[in-house]
Design a protein around this ligand. Sequence first.
Ligand SMILES: [Zn+2]
Length: 112
Amino acid sequence: MDDQTVAQMLASGITFEVCIDCPGGGKAVYLIDVDQVRRWCADRDQFSAGHYGVSVDDFHLWLEHDGAPLCGASTAKGPLCSNQTSRSQLGIHEWLALHRAEYCRLHSGGGQ
Ligand SMILES: [Zn+2]
């Protein structure tokens, strides 16, 4: 991508609006400089994770679970419990604080 052309477009008032994925839809974000345009075009997931200040893995997991934190208990057979512990579509930082940190009704108290 030609940085000079992008810089001229920005200087002339042309805006670059992108949609960052989030549970339930997307969030409109304006790209305000050449560096942001370049980073968005290179890797939108990396850009999006950086926008939220989280890792790409956490960003993907948050989308995959529709922002619903899951229970932190292991089942009797070993895998982690797949029950939700809160509503869906939480913000990513609230989701990160709760995901696998609390227990569902079946596992409350942390037992198996
Ligand atoms: Zn559970």
